[in-house]
Design a protein. Structure first.
Length: 463
């Protein structure tokens, strides 16, 4: 199917051509005609499916076909969980709207940066506003923007917004919107909370399910490497170097660990940058720009920060630690294999994480193939020690004399006799300070506010 069959106007088709798209993705084929016809939409679509163009293109067309009033009211509102995702959507709006005349005004607003320039930019109104919920409410509170004439509402990555504790903010925003409007909801996963939101929000929606529910994109090759905690850093470095991986996105359990790993990669001669919620917006933007331009080989990220990363053909994603929620695994590996490209998603799984791995496999409905590591330094049971050591020689077998079978690596010390471990001790000791890279991230997770059950609004940091 070609874009010309979808009913898009020439100015939009021209932009799509210029973007290099030859045919609409499956979600675009279904979403574009429905949105043009004014229908509500419920789309189970992961990032990487082309969903953004799926809603942006028809919204542009609808808005450009009717004149905006004066002063310009906000006619389309796009809510997203993170600043990065908001910025990426805005980039796509710029790209797809460039030939439309008269010009549509659009603006992106998010927290973590000075609100004043956003207030100035909102003077005179914008047709399309892309926003994170918290900052939008702040702007509404300051009388900088009104949303009572919104014609189309988009909730992008709605599951993530709920995960991040935005449900009360979203409810407040919904109360300020006009009753009659078009609603488009995109979500990669559907649990009961999302289902209840969709029931309230959507009227007779067209349901689109481009990937089976809670499944991983088909084009992503997945691998698990079973390692100990102490082997993770060395394993990652070996994988990057041996396979000459470029543009590797690595997910960490905590911001602290993201910083530490970045330092270690750098000291191993691999350019790396960390991106997480504690970094300033400028630092995040610079890290992302360096990664996109291939100056930075490895981007070490938390889940939240990585949410909006859209890099065409991102080839490698590594779960240094498995996420706490299995659905996050789907989100994470959706960073690769984007829009039909193939990608590789690797998980470094230590014994503590086996239950999480089982959860992930249950959710995606398949066993992830296990791969073998070659030449990976033996575990030193300390994630923070980057020293590359020769493999530990095999322990003496009961019936064989010591040294029989495999030879110890050259230069390696003979295996020390095993000391009996006190009862109850773990083979995976936690490092001092509760650091838990690669381990069970309970209580230390990168993920911010859990879904709220308390009445007081408490929104995510800077959003
Ligand atoms: P999204 O799922 O919206 O995050 O889009 C993922 C990527 O796919 C973005 O880099 C888009 O530029 C790209 N993309 C969107 N539509 C198409 C298309 N029809 N053909 C090829 N690439 C596309």
């Amino acid at each position: 199917m070609s874009f010309s069959l979808l009913g898009l106007q020439p100015a939009i088709q021209k932009a799509v051509e210029q973007a290099g798209y030859t045919q609409p993705t499956p979600i675009q084929q279904q979403a574009i005609p429905a949105v043009l016809a004014g229908r509500d939409l419920l789309a189970a679509a992961q990032t990487g499916t082309g969903k953004t163009a799926g809603f942006v293109l028809p919204i542009l067309q609808r808005l450009s076909q009717t004149k905006s009033k004066h002063p310009r009211p906000t006619r389309a509102l796009i809510l997203t969980p993170t600043r990065e995702l908001a910025a990426q959507i805005s980039e796509q709006i710029t790209k797809y709207s460039q030939f439309i005349e008269p010009k549509l005004k659009h603006l992106v607003v998010f927290g973590g940066v000075n609100i004043n320039p956003q207030m100035m930019a909102l003077r005179g109104g914008v047709d399309i506003l892309t926003a994170t919920p918290g900052r939008l409410l702040d702007l509404i509170g300051q009388n900088a923007v009104k949303i009572n004439e919104v014609e189309v509402l988009v909730l992008d990555e709605a599951d993530r917004m709920l995960d991040m504790g935005f449900i009360r903010d979203i409810q407040k925003i919904l109360n300020l919107l006009p009753k009659v409007r078009q609603n488009l909801l995109f979500s990669a996963t559907f649990d009961n909370e999302i289902k209840s939101l969709t029931n309230k929000l959507l009227k007779d929606p067209l349901m689109i399910n481009v990937a089976p529910e809670n499944s991983t994109a088909e084009k992503i090759e997945q691998k698990v490497y079973h390692v100990t905690k102490g082997q993770k850093t060395g394993a990652l470095i070996s994988l990057i170097e041996q396979n000459n991986w470029q543009q590797v996105l690595v997910f960490m359990a905590t911001k602290h660990e993201a910083n530490r790993l970045t330092e270690k990669l750098e000291s191993a001669g691999i350019t790396a940058a960390a991106i997480h919620g504690n970094k300033s917006q400028n630092a995040r933007t610079a890290a992302l720009a360096g990664f996109k331009s291939n100056e930075v080989r490895v981007l070490v990220a938390s889940d939240v920060a990585a949410r909006g990363i859209d890099i065409a053909q991102l080839p490698f994603v590594v779960n240094f630690a498995l996420p706490r929620s299995a659905a996050d695994y789907v989100h994470r590996i959706g960073r690769t294999g984007r829009a039909g490209m193939t990608g590789l998603a690797v998980s470094l799984v230590c014994p503590d994480e086996i239950p999480q791995l089982k959860q992930v496999e249950k959710l995606i409905g398949m066993k992830i193939p296990v791969a073998e590591l070659s030449g990976i330094p033996a575990s030193n049971h300390n994630d923070h020690d980057l020293t590359v050591r020769p493999p530990r020689p095999p322990r003496p077998q009961a019936k064989k004399p010591a040294g029989a079978g495999q030879k110890p690596a050259a230069g390696a010390k003979p295996a020390a006799p095993r000391r009996p471990r006190p009862a109850g001790s773990s083979s995976q000791p936690h490092t001092a300070g509760g650091s838990n890279a690669g381990g069970n991230s309970q209580g230390q997770g990168q993920r911010p506010a859990p879904r709220r059950s308390n009445p007081a609004p408490q929104r995510q940091g800077n959003n």
